[in-house]
Write a protein that binds this ligand. Structure first.
Ligand code: NAD
Length: 510
Protein backbone atom coordinates (compact mmCIF):
# COMPACT_ATOMS: atom_id res chain seq x y z
CA UNK A 1 0.00 0.00 0.00
CA UNK A 2 1.32 3.43 -0.93
CA UNK A 3 2.00 5.62 2.11
CA UNK A 4 -0.68 8.17 2.75
CA UNK A 5 -3.57 6.06 1.47
CA UNK A 6 -5.77 4.99 4.39
CA UNK A 7 -5.73 1.24 5.04
CA UNK A 8 -9.03 -0.62 5.28
CA UNK A 9 -10.63 -0.69 8.73
CA UNK A 10 -10.60 -4.41 9.43
CA UNK A 11 -13.62 -5.54 11.51
CA UNK A 12 -12.60 -7.02 14.86
CA UNK A 13 -13.91 -10.54 14.28
CA UNK A 14 -13.26 -10.87 10.57
CA UNK A 15 -13.41 -14.57 9.63
CA UNK A 16 -10.60 -16.04 7.55
CA UNK A 17 -12.95 -18.53 5.94
CA UNK A 18 -16.62 -18.41 4.98
CA UNK A 19 -18.54 -21.69 4.71
CA UNK A 20 -21.89 -22.79 3.37
CA UNK A 21 -24.73 -23.15 5.85
CA UNK A 22 -26.78 -26.27 5.18
CA UNK A 23 -29.28 -27.97 7.47
CA UNK A 24 -28.07 -25.97 10.45
CA UNK A 25 -24.38 -26.80 9.89
CA UNK A 26 -21.47 -24.72 8.63
CA UNK A 27 -19.91 -26.90 5.96
CA UNK A 28 -17.26 -26.69 3.27
CA UNK A 29 -17.85 -27.72 -0.33
CA UNK A 30 -18.20 -31.41 -1.10
CA UNK A 31 -15.12 -31.17 -3.34
CA UNK A 32 -13.29 -28.81 -0.95
CA UNK A 33 -13.20 -25.98 -3.53
CA UNK A 34 -12.79 -22.39 -2.34
CA UNK A 35 -12.24 -18.94 -3.83
CA UNK A 36 -10.61 -15.84 -2.39
CA UNK A 37 -12.42 -12.65 -1.57
CA UNK A 38 -10.75 -9.24 -1.21
CA UNK A 39 -11.77 -5.88 0.25
CA UNK A 40 -12.07 -2.97 -2.22
CA UNK A 41 -9.70 -0.63 -0.37
CA UNK A 42 -6.54 -2.77 -0.40
CA UNK A 43 -7.77 -5.32 -2.97
CA UNK A 44 -5.99 -7.89 -0.82
CA UNK A 45 -7.68 -11.24 -0.14
CA UNK A 46 -8.96 -11.45 3.42
CA UNK A 47 -10.79 -14.80 3.40
CA UNK A 48 -11.38 -17.98 1.48
CA UNK A 49 -14.97 -18.77 0.68
CA UNK A 50 -16.48 -22.20 0.02
CA UNK A 51 -17.14 -22.47 -3.73
CA UNK A 52 -20.41 -24.34 -4.18
CA UNK A 53 -21.04 -26.75 -7.03
CA UNK A 54 -24.11 -28.72 -8.09
CA UNK A 55 -23.41 -31.24 -5.30
CA UNK A 56 -23.50 -28.55 -2.61
CA UNK A 57 -26.63 -27.00 -4.03
CA UNK A 58 -28.27 -30.42 -4.09
CA UNK A 59 -27.32 -30.97 -0.46
CA UNK A 60 -28.84 -27.62 0.49
CA UNK A 61 -32.01 -28.22 -1.52
CA UNK A 62 -32.44 -31.62 0.12
CA UNK A 63 -32.08 -30.01 3.57
CA UNK A 64 -34.58 -27.30 2.63
CA UNK A 65 -37.00 -29.85 1.19
CA UNK A 66 -36.80 -31.99 4.33
CA UNK A 67 -37.56 -28.90 6.43
CA UNK A 68 -40.44 -28.06 4.14
CA UNK A 69 -42.06 -31.49 3.98
CA UNK A 70 -41.21 -32.76 7.46
CA UNK A 71 -40.58 -29.65 9.56
CA UNK A 72 -42.90 -27.27 11.37
CA UNK A 73 -42.18 -24.14 9.32
CA UNK A 74 -44.75 -24.20 6.47
CA UNK A 75 -47.59 -25.27 8.75
CA UNK A 76 -46.95 -22.79 11.55
CA UNK A 77 -49.56 -20.19 12.22
CA UNK A 78 -48.61 -16.91 10.59
CA UNK A 79 -48.36 -15.30 14.01
CA UNK A 80 -45.75 -17.85 15.13
CA UNK A 81 -43.63 -17.29 12.04
CA UNK A 82 -44.09 -13.55 12.44
CA UNK A 83 -42.75 -13.72 16.00
CA UNK A 84 -39.60 -15.39 14.70
CA UNK A 85 -39.26 -12.82 11.90
CA UNK A 86 -39.54 -10.05 14.46
CA UNK A 87 -36.82 -11.71 16.50
CA UNK A 88 -34.62 -11.78 13.39
CA UNK A 89 -35.26 -8.03 13.06
CA UNK A 90 -34.36 -7.55 16.74
CA UNK A 91 -31.16 -9.54 16.25
CA UNK A 92 -30.22 -7.46 13.19
CA UNK A 93 -30.82 -4.24 15.07
CA UNK A 94 -28.77 -5.48 18.01
CA UNK A 95 -25.92 -6.34 15.60
CA UNK A 96 -26.31 -3.31 13.33
CA UNK A 97 -22.80 -2.03 13.89
CA UNK A 98 -21.19 -5.38 13.19
CA UNK A 99 -23.30 -5.93 10.07
CA UNK A 100 -22.49 -2.42 8.85
CA UNK A 101 -18.76 -2.90 9.47
CA UNK A 102 -18.72 -6.22 7.61
CA UNK A 103 -20.74 -4.76 4.74
CA UNK A 104 -18.67 -1.62 4.46
CA UNK A 105 -15.37 -3.53 4.63
CA UNK A 106 -16.47 -6.08 2.03
CA UNK A 107 -18.41 -3.92 -0.45
CA UNK A 108 -16.85 -0.46 0.00
CA UNK A 109 -20.14 1.17 1.00
CA UNK A 110 -19.67 4.22 3.25
CA UNK A 111 -20.21 3.10 6.83
CA UNK A 112 -23.08 5.52 7.51
CA UNK A 113 -24.95 4.19 4.48
CA UNK A 114 -24.18 0.57 5.38
CA UNK A 115 -25.72 1.25 8.79
CA UNK A 116 -28.85 2.60 7.11
CA UNK A 117 -29.05 -0.51 4.95
CA UNK A 118 -28.78 -2.77 8.04
CA UNK A 119 -31.75 -0.96 9.56
CA UNK A 120 -33.67 -1.32 6.32
CA UNK A 121 -32.95 -5.05 6.41
CA UNK A 122 -34.43 -5.28 9.93
CA UNK A 123 -37.43 -3.31 8.69
CA UNK A 124 -37.96 -5.82 5.87
CA UNK A 125 -38.31 -8.67 8.39
CA UNK A 126 -40.68 -6.63 10.57
CA UNK A 127 -42.73 -5.56 7.59
CA UNK A 128 -43.25 -9.07 6.22
CA UNK A 129 -44.06 -10.32 9.72
CA UNK A 130 -46.90 -7.79 9.70
CA UNK A 131 -47.96 -8.62 6.14
CA UNK A 132 -48.29 -12.32 6.77
CA UNK A 133 -50.32 -11.85 9.95
CA UNK A 134 -52.69 -9.43 8.23
CA UNK A 135 -53.00 -11.55 5.08
CA UNK A 136 -56.46 -12.92 4.34
CA UNK A 137 -57.71 -15.53 1.96
CA UNK A 138 -60.79 -15.04 -0.16
CA UNK A 139 -64.14 -16.78 -0.30
CA UNK A 140 -66.74 -16.37 -3.07
CA UNK A 141 -70.38 -17.22 -2.53
CA UNK A 142 -72.08 -18.27 -5.78
CA UNK A 143 -75.71 -17.54 -4.97
CA UNK A 144 -76.89 -20.24 -2.60
CA UNK A 145 -75.50 -23.12 -4.62
CA UNK A 146 -71.74 -22.92 -4.14
CA UNK A 147 -69.00 -21.56 -1.99
CA UNK A 148 -65.53 -21.14 -3.44
CA UNK A 149 -62.67 -20.46 -1.12
CA UNK A 150 -59.00 -19.89 -1.76
CA UNK A 151 -56.15 -21.48 0.14
CA UNK A 152 -52.71 -19.95 -0.01
CA UNK A 153 -49.84 -22.38 0.36
CA UNK A 154 -46.08 -21.79 0.45
CA UNK A 155 -44.63 -22.91 -2.83
CA UNK A 156 -41.80 -25.09 -1.43
CA UNK A 157 -38.05 -24.44 -1.59
CA UNK A 158 -37.34 -20.93 -2.86
CA UNK A 159 -34.05 -20.23 -4.65
CA UNK A 160 -32.74 -16.73 -3.94
CA UNK A 161 -29.91 -15.30 -6.03
CA UNK A 162 -28.64 -11.87 -5.02
CA UNK A 163 -26.17 -9.21 -6.24
CA UNK A 164 -23.21 -7.49 -4.58
CA UNK A 165 -24.75 -4.04 -4.21
CA UNK A 166 -26.21 -3.48 -0.72
CA UNK A 167 -25.96 -7.26 -0.35
CA UNK A 168 -27.32 -7.69 3.17
CA UNK A 169 -30.38 -5.53 2.55
CA UNK A 170 -31.16 -7.21 -0.77
CA UNK A 171 -30.80 -10.65 0.80
CA UNK A 172 -33.28 -9.61 3.50
CA UNK A 173 -35.60 -8.29 0.80
CA UNK A 174 -35.99 -11.85 -0.50
CA UNK A 175 -35.54 -13.84 2.71
CA UNK A 176 -38.19 -11.98 4.69
CA UNK A 177 -41.17 -12.59 2.35
CA UNK A 178 -40.07 -16.12 1.43
CA UNK A 179 -39.80 -17.14 5.09
CA UNK A 180 -42.94 -15.22 6.04
CA UNK A 181 -44.86 -17.11 3.36
CA UNK A 182 -43.72 -20.44 4.86
CA UNK A 183 -41.15 -21.39 2.23
CA UNK A 184 -37.79 -22.84 3.08
CA UNK A 185 -34.91 -21.26 1.21
CA UNK A 186 -31.52 -21.66 -0.38
CA UNK A 187 -29.71 -18.35 -0.72
CA UNK A 188 -26.82 -17.87 -3.17
CA UNK A 189 -25.13 -14.55 -2.27
CA UNK A 190 -22.95 -12.65 -4.74
CA UNK A 191 -19.39 -13.95 -4.84
CA UNK A 192 -17.77 -10.52 -4.49
CA UNK A 193 -19.57 -9.79 -1.19
CA UNK A 194 -20.18 -12.93 0.88
CA UNK A 195 -19.19 -11.43 4.22
CA UNK A 196 -22.36 -9.92 5.68
CA UNK A 197 -24.36 -13.01 4.65
CA UNK A 198 -22.00 -15.03 6.84
CA UNK A 199 -23.68 -13.35 9.84
CA UNK A 200 -27.14 -14.59 8.86
CA UNK A 201 -26.91 -18.15 10.26
CA UNK A 202 -26.19 -16.81 13.73
CA UNK A 203 -29.00 -14.24 13.52
CA UNK A 204 -31.49 -16.83 12.24
CA UNK A 205 -30.58 -19.43 14.84
CA UNK A 206 -30.76 -16.89 17.66
CA UNK A 207 -34.24 -15.95 16.47
CA UNK A 208 -35.44 -19.57 16.46
CA UNK A 209 -35.51 -20.43 12.75
CA UNK A 210 -35.51 -24.26 12.63
CA UNK A 211 -32.53 -26.01 11.01
CA UNK A 212 -32.94 -26.57 7.28
CA UNK A 213 -35.38 -23.69 6.80
CA UNK A 214 -32.60 -21.27 5.88
CA UNK A 215 -29.59 -22.45 3.87
CA UNK A 216 -26.74 -20.65 2.13
CA UNK A 217 -24.57 -21.92 -0.68
CA UNK A 218 -21.76 -19.56 -1.60
CA UNK A 219 -20.08 -19.66 -4.96
CA UNK A 220 -19.63 -18.41 -8.46
CA UNK A 221 -22.81 -17.50 -10.32
CA UNK A 222 -22.22 -19.75 -13.31
CA UNK A 223 -21.66 -22.71 -10.96
CA UNK A 224 -23.57 -22.45 -7.67
CA UNK A 225 -26.18 -20.00 -8.98
CA UNK A 226 -26.69 -22.00 -12.14
CA UNK A 227 -27.12 -25.26 -10.22
CA UNK A 228 -29.80 -23.64 -8.06
CA UNK A 229 -31.62 -22.30 -11.12
CA UNK A 230 -31.60 -25.75 -12.73
CA UNK A 231 -32.46 -27.76 -9.63
CA UNK A 232 -35.72 -29.61 -10.33
CA UNK A 233 -36.92 -29.34 -6.73
CA UNK A 234 -36.70 -25.56 -6.55
CA UNK A 235 -39.95 -24.29 -8.10
CA UNK A 236 -39.25 -20.55 -7.82
CA UNK A 237 -36.19 -18.38 -8.37
CA UNK A 238 -36.08 -14.83 -7.14
CA UNK A 239 -33.18 -13.11 -8.87
CA UNK A 240 -31.71 -9.64 -8.59
CA UNK A 241 -28.81 -8.75 -10.84
CA UNK A 242 -27.85 -7.74 -14.33
CA UNK A 243 -30.31 -7.95 -17.21
CA UNK A 244 -27.91 -10.17 -19.19
CA UNK A 245 -27.73 -12.66 -16.30
CA UNK A 246 -31.51 -12.51 -16.02
CA UNK A 247 -31.87 -13.61 -19.63
CA UNK A 248 -29.49 -16.53 -19.09
CA UNK A 249 -31.40 -17.58 -15.99
CA UNK A 250 -34.74 -17.42 -17.79
CA UNK A 251 -33.36 -19.74 -20.47
CA UNK A 252 -31.97 -22.20 -17.95
CA UNK A 253 -35.14 -22.20 -15.85
CA UNK A 254 -37.44 -22.62 -18.86
CA UNK A 255 -37.18 -26.43 -19.19
CA UNK A 256 -38.40 -26.65 -15.57
CA UNK A 257 -41.20 -24.07 -16.06
CA UNK A 258 -40.11 -22.24 -12.92
CA UNK A 259 -41.72 -19.09 -11.64
CA UNK A 260 -39.22 -16.25 -11.84
CA UNK A 261 -39.02 -12.88 -10.22
CA UNK A 262 -36.51 -10.72 -12.05
CA UNK A 263 -35.22 -7.46 -10.60
CA UNK A 264 -32.69 -6.30 -13.17
CA UNK A 265 -30.65 -3.32 -14.28
CA UNK A 266 -31.63 0.28 -14.86
CA UNK A 267 -30.67 3.57 -16.46
CA UNK A 268 -33.26 5.73 -14.81
CA UNK A 269 -34.03 9.24 -16.08
CA UNK A 270 -34.39 12.34 -13.92
CA UNK A 271 -36.55 14.77 -15.91
CA UNK A 272 -35.99 18.35 -14.76
CA UNK A 273 -38.24 21.12 -16.09
CA UNK A 274 -37.15 24.75 -15.84
CA UNK A 275 -39.85 25.48 -13.25
CA UNK A 276 -38.58 22.81 -10.82
CA UNK A 277 -37.52 23.71 -7.28
CA UNK A 278 -33.83 23.84 -8.13
CA UNK A 279 -32.39 23.26 -4.68
CA UNK A 280 -34.53 20.21 -3.92
CA UNK A 281 -33.96 18.83 -7.39
CA UNK A 282 -30.21 19.19 -7.04
CA UNK A 283 -30.22 17.58 -3.60
CA UNK A 284 -32.20 14.63 -4.92
CA UNK A 285 -30.21 14.30 -8.15
CA UNK A 286 -26.83 14.37 -6.40
CA UNK A 287 -27.91 11.92 -3.70
CA UNK A 288 -29.77 9.75 -6.21
CA UNK A 289 -26.73 8.98 -8.31
CA UNK A 290 -23.80 9.26 -5.91
CA UNK A 291 -25.16 7.58 -2.75
CA UNK A 292 -24.43 3.87 -2.35
CA UNK A 293 -21.37 4.57 -4.54
CA UNK A 294 -23.66 4.91 -7.53
CA UNK A 295 -24.00 1.13 -7.36
CA UNK A 296 -27.74 1.38 -7.08
CA UNK A 297 -30.31 -0.12 -9.42
CA UNK A 298 -32.64 2.89 -9.16
CA UNK A 299 -29.86 5.49 -9.52
CA UNK A 300 -30.97 8.53 -11.52
CA UNK A 301 -28.07 8.12 -13.93
CA UNK A 302 -29.48 10.13 -16.85
CA UNK A 303 -30.45 13.70 -16.00
CA UNK A 304 -32.55 15.41 -18.66
CA UNK A 305 -32.81 19.17 -18.21
CA UNK A 306 -35.00 21.71 -20.00
CA UNK A 307 -33.11 24.20 -22.19
CA UNK A 308 -33.74 27.33 -20.08
CA UNK A 309 -32.28 25.76 -16.96
CA UNK A 310 -29.65 23.59 -18.61
CA UNK A 311 -26.46 25.67 -18.26
CA UNK A 312 -27.17 26.70 -14.69
CA UNK A 313 -28.13 23.16 -13.72
CA UNK A 314 -24.99 21.63 -15.22
CA UNK A 315 -22.79 24.21 -13.46
CA UNK A 316 -24.50 23.65 -10.11
CA UNK A 317 -24.47 19.86 -10.46
CA UNK A 318 -20.77 19.85 -11.34
CA UNK A 319 -20.02 22.07 -8.38
CA UNK A 320 -21.91 19.76 -6.03
CA UNK A 321 -20.24 16.68 -7.52
CA UNK A 322 -16.79 18.21 -6.90
CA UNK A 323 -17.69 18.47 -3.23
CA UNK A 324 -18.98 14.92 -2.78
CA UNK A 325 -16.56 13.54 -0.19
CA UNK A 326 -14.76 10.48 -1.57
CA UNK A 327 -12.93 8.54 1.08
CA UNK A 328 -12.39 5.36 3.02
CA UNK A 329 -15.64 3.45 3.51
CA UNK A 330 -15.03 3.30 7.28
CA UNK A 331 -14.85 7.09 7.68
CA UNK A 332 -18.19 8.51 8.88
CA UNK A 333 -17.52 11.65 6.82
CA UNK A 334 -17.28 9.67 3.56
CA UNK A 335 -20.12 10.08 1.09
CA UNK A 336 -18.67 8.02 -1.74
CA UNK A 337 -16.55 4.98 -0.85
CA UNK A 338 -14.61 2.41 -2.85
CA UNK A 339 -16.16 0.56 -5.79
CA UNK A 340 -16.74 -3.07 -5.02
CA UNK A 341 -14.08 -4.85 -7.09
CA UNK A 342 -11.14 -3.95 -9.34
CA UNK A 343 -12.93 -5.56 -12.30
CA UNK A 344 -15.98 -3.38 -11.77
CA UNK A 345 -13.78 -0.34 -11.10
CA UNK A 346 -12.01 -0.92 -14.42
CA UNK A 347 -15.36 -1.21 -16.17
CA UNK A 348 -16.58 2.10 -14.72
CA UNK A 349 -13.28 3.81 -15.67
CA UNK A 350 -13.65 2.41 -19.18
CA UNK A 351 -17.04 4.13 -19.41
CA UNK A 352 -15.38 7.41 -18.47
CA UNK A 353 -13.02 6.93 -21.40
CA UNK A 354 -15.90 5.96 -23.66
CA UNK A 355 -17.80 9.13 -22.67
CA UNK A 356 -14.81 11.32 -23.48
CA UNK A 357 -14.22 9.51 -26.76
CA UNK A 358 -17.89 9.90 -27.71
CA UNK A 359 -17.57 13.66 -27.31
CA UNK A 360 -19.50 14.17 -24.08
CA UNK A 361 -18.23 17.08 -21.94
CA UNK A 362 -16.63 15.94 -18.69
CA UNK A 363 -17.49 18.65 -16.15
CA UNK A 364 -16.61 16.90 -12.88
CA UNK A 365 -14.60 13.91 -11.72
CA UNK A 366 -13.51 11.26 -14.15
CA UNK A 367 -10.40 10.32 -12.23
CA UNK A 368 -9.16 8.87 -8.96
CA UNK A 369 -9.07 11.58 -6.26
CA UNK A 370 -5.49 12.65 -5.60
CA UNK A 371 -5.55 11.85 -1.91
CA UNK A 372 -6.55 8.21 -2.55
CA UNK A 373 -3.77 6.60 -4.51
CA UNK A 374 -4.81 2.98 -3.89
CA UNK A 375 -8.21 1.29 -3.80
CA UNK A 376 -11.16 1.42 -6.17
CA UNK A 377 -11.93 5.13 -5.81
CA UNK A 378 -13.47 7.41 -8.40
CA UNK A 379 -14.48 11.04 -7.92
CA UNK A 380 -18.15 11.83 -8.51
CA UNK A 381 -18.29 12.16 -12.28
CA UNK A 382 -20.59 14.30 -14.43
CA UNK A 383 -20.81 14.27 -18.21
CA UNK A 384 -22.78 17.07 -19.89
CA UNK A 385 -24.02 17.39 -23.49
CA UNK A 386 -24.66 13.67 -23.68
CA UNK A 387 -26.56 12.57 -26.76
CA UNK A 388 -29.04 9.68 -26.74
CA UNK A 389 -26.93 7.75 -29.22
CA UNK A 390 -23.95 7.61 -26.85
CA UNK A 391 -23.16 4.46 -24.93
CA UNK A 392 -22.94 6.42 -21.65
CA UNK A 393 -26.58 7.41 -22.20
CA UNK A 394 -27.74 3.91 -23.05
CA UNK A 395 -25.71 1.50 -20.92
CA UNK A 396 -25.86 0.91 -17.19
CA UNK A 397 -22.54 2.03 -15.69
CA UNK A 398 -23.47 1.21 -12.07
CA UNK A 399 -20.99 3.64 -10.56
CA UNK A 400 -20.73 7.32 -9.61
CA UNK A 401 -21.15 8.59 -13.17
CA UNK A 402 -24.07 10.65 -14.43
CA UNK A 403 -24.99 11.69 -17.98
CA UNK A 404 -26.75 15.04 -18.49
CA UNK A 405 -28.70 15.89 -21.65
CA UNK A 406 -30.91 18.81 -22.65
CA UNK A 407 -34.47 18.87 -23.99
CA UNK A 408 -36.65 21.56 -25.55
CA UNK A 409 -40.16 20.58 -24.51
CA UNK A 410 -42.26 17.96 -22.76
CA UNK A 411 -42.56 15.72 -25.81
CA UNK A 412 -38.80 15.63 -26.26
CA UNK A 413 -38.30 15.00 -22.53
CA UNK A 414 -40.58 11.97 -22.65
CA UNK A 415 -39.00 10.69 -25.87
CA UNK A 416 -35.50 10.97 -24.35
CA UNK A 417 -36.60 9.37 -21.07
CA UNK A 418 -38.02 6.43 -23.01
CA UNK A 419 -35.06 6.09 -25.37
CA UNK A 420 -33.67 3.26 -23.29
CA UNK A 421 -33.91 -0.50 -23.16
CA UNK A 422 -34.43 -0.19 -19.39
CA UNK A 423 -37.54 0.82 -17.46
CA UNK A 424 -36.91 0.61 -13.74
CA UNK A 425 -37.35 4.03 -12.12
CA UNK A 426 -37.93 7.63 -13.23
CA UNK A 427 -37.90 10.95 -11.40
CA UNK A 428 -39.83 14.02 -12.55
CA UNK A 429 -39.28 17.55 -11.25
CA UNK A 430 -41.66 20.39 -12.12
CA UNK A 431 -43.90 22.84 -10.30
CA UNK A 432 -46.62 22.28 -12.92
CA UNK A 433 -48.41 19.33 -11.37
CA UNK A 434 -50.59 18.58 -14.36
CA UNK A 435 -47.49 18.23 -16.47
CA UNK A 436 -45.82 16.26 -13.69
CA UNK A 437 -48.58 13.66 -13.72
CA UNK A 438 -48.66 13.58 -17.52
CA UNK A 439 -44.96 12.85 -17.69
CA UNK A 440 -45.15 10.36 -14.82
CA UNK A 441 -47.79 8.48 -16.84
CA UNK A 442 -45.86 8.70 -20.10
CA UNK A 443 -42.42 7.53 -19.00
CA UNK A 444 -41.80 3.82 -19.34
CA UNK A 445 -40.82 2.79 -15.83
CA UNK A 446 -42.08 0.53 -13.08
CA UNK A 447 -41.69 3.27 -10.46
CA UNK A 448 -41.89 7.05 -10.77
CA UNK A 449 -41.11 9.67 -8.16
CA UNK A 450 -42.70 13.07 -8.79
CA UNK A 451 -41.01 15.98 -7.03
CA UNK A 452 -39.61 13.43 -4.62
CA UNK A 453 -36.34 11.73 -4.00
CA UNK A 454 -36.28 7.95 -3.82
CA UNK A 455 -38.22 7.02 -0.71
CA UNK A 456 -40.22 3.86 -0.82
CA UNK A 457 -43.00 2.55 1.35
CA UNK A 458 -42.54 -1.20 1.67
CA UNK A 459 -46.19 -1.82 0.76
CA UNK A 460 -45.82 -0.49 -2.78
CA UNK A 461 -45.00 -2.75 -5.74
CA UNK A 462 -41.31 -2.73 -6.60
CA UNK A 463 -40.10 -3.71 -10.04
CA UNK A 464 -39.26 -2.62 -13.53
CA UNK A 465 -40.47 -3.07 -17.07
CA UNK A 466 -38.58 -3.61 -20.37
CA UNK A 467 -35.06 -4.91 -19.64
CA UNK A 468 -35.38 -3.93 -15.97
CA UNK A 469 -37.36 -6.91 -14.88
CA UNK A 470 -40.36 -9.13 -14.73
CA UNK A 471 -42.89 -9.20 -11.96
CA UNK A 472 -43.16 -7.07 -8.87
CA UNK A 473 -42.07 -7.62 -5.31
CA UNK A 474 -43.12 -5.66 -2.24
CA UNK A 475 -46.06 -6.16 0.10
CA UNK A 476 -48.53 -8.78 -0.99
CA UNK A 477 -46.82 -9.03 -4.39
CA UNK A 478 -43.90 -10.77 -2.70
CA UNK A 479 -46.18 -13.12 -0.80
CA UNK A 480 -47.99 -13.94 -4.07
CA UNK A 481 -44.67 -14.96 -5.58
CA UNK A 482 -43.76 -17.32 -2.76
CA UNK A 483 -47.20 -18.93 -2.49
CA UNK A 484 -49.61 -20.78 -4.70
CA UNK A 485 -53.35 -20.32 -4.55
CA UNK A 486 -55.69 -23.26 -4.55
CA UNK A 487 -59.37 -22.71 -4.91
CA UNK A 488 -61.79 -25.19 -3.38
CA UNK A 489 -65.27 -25.24 -4.96
CA UNK A 490 -67.93 -26.58 -2.59
CA UNK A 491 -71.53 -27.38 -3.58
CA UNK A 492 -74.05 -26.14 -1.05
CA UNK A 493 -77.07 -27.77 -2.73
CA UNK A 494 -77.77 -30.94 -4.68
CA UNK A 495 -77.61 -29.11 -8.04
CA UNK A 496 -76.35 -31.35 -10.82
CA UNK A 497 -74.85 -30.85 -14.23
CA UNK A 498 -76.59 -31.82 -17.45
CA UNK A 499 -76.79 -35.61 -17.31
CA UNK A 500 -74.68 -37.50 -19.86
CA UNK A 501 -74.75 -41.26 -20.45
CA UNK A 502 -78.29 -41.91 -19.24
CA UNK A 503 -80.03 -44.76 -21.20
CA UNK A 504 -82.71 -43.33 -23.59
CA UNK A 505 -85.58 -45.03 -21.82
CA UNK A 506 -84.60 -43.35 -18.53
CA UNK A 507 -83.90 -39.91 -19.99
CA UNK A 508 -86.91 -37.62 -19.57
CA UNK A 509 -85.40 -35.15 -22.03
CA UNK A 510 -85.99 -37.53 -24.97
P1 NAD B 1 -24.93 -10.29 -11.67
O1 NAD B 1 -26.05 -10.54 -12.61
O2 NAD B 1 -23.55 -10.38 -12.16
O3 NAD B 1 -24.98 -11.30 -10.43
C1 NAD B 1 -26.11 -11.39 -9.58
C2 NAD B 1 -26.13 -12.76 -8.94
O4 NAD B 1 -26.35 -13.74 -9.94
C3 NAD B 1 -24.82 -13.16 -8.25
O5 NAD B 1 -25.12 -13.87 -7.07
C4 NAD B 1 -24.16 -14.05 -9.27
O6 NAD B 1 -23.27 -14.96 -8.69
C5 NAD B 1 -25.37 -14.76 -9.85
N1 NAD B 1 -25.19 -15.32 -11.19
C6 NAD B 1 -24.36 -14.90 -12.17
N2 NAD B 1 -24.48 -15.69 -13.26
C7 NAD B 1 -25.43 -16.61 -12.96
C8 NAD B 1 -26.00 -17.70 -13.68
N3 NAD B 1 -25.63 -17.99 -14.94
N4 NAD B 1 -26.95 -18.44 -13.08
C9 NAD B 1 -27.35 -18.15 -11.82
N5 NAD B 1 -26.82 -17.16 -11.08
C10 NAD B 1 -25.88 -16.39 -11.65
O7 NAD B 1 -25.24 -8.88 -11.02
P2 NAD B 1 -24.30 -8.02 -10.05
O8 NAD B 1 -23.19 -7.47 -10.88
O9 NAD B 1 -24.01 -8.84 -8.85
O10 NAD B 1 -25.30 -6.85 -9.59
C11 NAD B 1 -25.43 -5.65 -10.24
C12 NAD B 1 -26.67 -5.65 -11.13
O11 NAD B 1 -27.83 -5.88 -10.34
C13 NAD B 1 -26.92 -4.32 -11.80
O12 NAD B 1 -27.30 -4.53 -13.13
C14 NAD B 1 -28.09 -3.73 -11.01
O13 NAD B 1 -28.88 -2.80 -11.68
C15 NAD B 1 -28.85 -4.96 -10.67
N6 NAD B 1 -29.72 -4.71 -9.53
C16 NAD B 1 -31.08 -4.63 -9.74
C17 NAD B 1 -31.93 -4.35 -8.67
C18 NAD B 1 -33.42 -4.27 -8.88
O14 NAD B 1 -34.14 -4.38 -7.90
N7 NAD B 1 -33.92 -4.08 -10.08
C19 NAD B 1 -31.41 -4.18 -7.39
C20 NAD B 1 -30.03 -4.26 -7.22
C21 NAD B 1 -29.20 -4.53 -8.30
Amino acid sequence: MITGTPAPAVPADLPSSVLHYIGGQHVGSVDGATFDVADPVSNTPYATVAAGSAADVDRAVRAALAAFTGGPWPGMRPRERARILNRIADAIEASDERIAQFESFDSGLPITQARGQAHRAAENFRFFADVVVALHESAFGVGTSQLNYVLRRPVGVAGLVTPWNTPFMLESWKLAPALAAGCTVVLKPAEWTPLSASLLPELMTEAGVPDGVFNIVHGIGEQAGDALVRHPQVPVISFTGESATGKTIMGNAAPHLKALSMELGGKSPVVVFADADLERTLDAAVFGVFSLNGERCTAGSRILVEDDLYDEFVARLAERARHVRVGPPSDPATQLGALVHPEHYRRVLDYVEVGCAEGARLVAGGTRPEHLREGNYLAATVFADVRASMRIFQEEIFGPVVAVSRFRDEAEAVALANDSSYGLAAYVWTSDLERGHRVAHAVEAGMVWLNSHNVRDLRTPFGGIKASGLGHEGGEHSIDFYTTSRVVHVALSDARPTRFGVPPQADPAL
